[in-house]
Design a protein around this ligand. Structure first.
Ligand SMILES: Cc1cc2nc3c(=O)[nH]c(=O)nc-3n(C[C@H](O)[C@H](O)[C@H](O)COP(=O)(O)O)c2cc1C
Length: 164
């Protein structure tokens, strides 16, 4: 079980903050150190060994603070247990059925799952070989976010080879 959990939230009207505080309170009751913080003021996830991220939904999108948090800390989130939640509809639909993640949250989940699957697959490897994109445009990163996260967390030397 993780010992120190960050619950980061993006809120406009306060509901998601209340949910985040409730999640942190339940974790603390279970003996886990947990704190809820606004996603925009959480500067680092390094002190935490698991992270919960929540955002209110507005016009089908996660709150921008939650989106930015996941973008900013994507590399650090890979390799840690992460749980996302959304605070959503004003009607009763959420109590009637499970509501799937909105597309932006689904994409963020897929990236993290891909990074974590690759990290698990690389456990015990002596060398990780990854490819990078051709340097057509200097402003575009030469490795994608998944490769980038894996490179920073894998416990062995990494060879980055160009695609031919
Ligand atoms: C302008 C507006 C747009 C909203 N759009 C959505 C939406 O697209 N999907 C959804 O499930 N809920 C939507 N909601 C409901 C909010 O997500 C819900 O009230 C949420 O708990 C707000 O979080 P907050 O209080 O932390 O800001 C919307 C609410 C408002 C006021």
């Amino acid at each position: 079980m993780p010992s120190n959990v960050l619950v980061a939230y993006g809120t406009t009207n306060g509901s998601t903050a209340e949910i985040a505080e409730a999640v942190a309170a339940v974790l603390r009751k279970e003996g886990v150190a947990a704190e809820a913080l606004p996603a925009r003021s959480a500067t680092s996830v390094s002190p935490y060994d698991a992270v919960v991220v929540g955002g209110g939904l507005y016009a089908g999108r996660w709150h921008k603070d939650a989106r930015r948090f996941v973008r900013r800390h994507g590399r650090s989130l890979a390799g840690r247990p992460v749980w996302f939640f959304s605070s959503g509809p004003l009607d009763a639909s959420a109590s009637e059925r499970d509501i799937p993640p909105v597309p932006g949250v689904r994409r963020a989940m897929d990236k993290l799952e891909a990074s974590n699957a690759l990290l698990r697959a690389a456990t015990g490897a002596g060398l990780l070989v990854v490819g990078h994109r051709p340097a057509e445009r200097p402003t575009v990163p030469r490795t994608g976010p998944v490769t980038h996260a894996v490179i920073h967390h894998v416990g062995c030397p990494v060879a980055v080879l160009p695609h031919f």
